[in-house]
Ligand binder design. Structure first.
Ligand code: DQA
Length: 147
């Protein structure tokens, strides 16, 4: 059972990008953390980052029928993209939205998410641990569905 972990624009810069906001972990560190957490919970992770919106949309389309759920940090597209929200709605898979920072304590343009209404839930402000918690939640959710 595979969870698709999607990361939006500029998250490839983690580690050096605004460390006061996003911490010093790199995206590779977060990928490793996701793989370890998934394995401990009997899941597999397919980890992907892109700076191209169309590429993210195509990965979402491909997810249909091939993965059990989508963990997405849409980054700046959270606040701008109806297209990503529509793609997530189209594939009809459980979605968890994750942000490293607490977007509610930041600029007001980060307070609105186009993605949140099509997500099971949203985790923000817990840094990379948010990714772990989302994967653990998928493990419970999917386990329960299989009973
Ligand atoms: C982010 C929050 C977004 O507002 C921002 O555009 C990002 C990262 C986060 O993980 O905290 O790029 O999604």
């Amino acid at each position: 059972t595979t969870i698709l972990v999607l990361n939006g624009p500029n998250l490839n810069m983690l580690g050096t990008r605004e460390p006061a906001t996003y911490g010093s972990e790199t995206l590779d560190d977060i990928a490793r953390l996701c793989h370890v957490t998934a394995e401990a919970n009997g899941l597999e992770v397919d980890f992907f980052q892109t700076n191209h919106e169309g590429e993210l949309i195509e990965r979402i389309h491909q997810a249909r029928g091939t993965v059990a759920g989508i963990l997405i940090n849409p980054a700046a597209w959270t606040h701008t993209s109806v297209a990503i929200r529509d793609a997530l709605a189209a594939v009809d898979l459980p979605v968890i939205e994750v942000h490293l920072s607490n977007v509610h304590k930041r600029e007001s343009f980060r307070h609105h998410s186009y993605v949140a209404p099509v997500a099971v839930g949203v985790i923000c402000g817990l840094g990379s641990n948010g990714y772990c918690l989302a994967i653990e939640h998928f493990a419970r959710l999917l386990g329960a569905n299989h009973e």
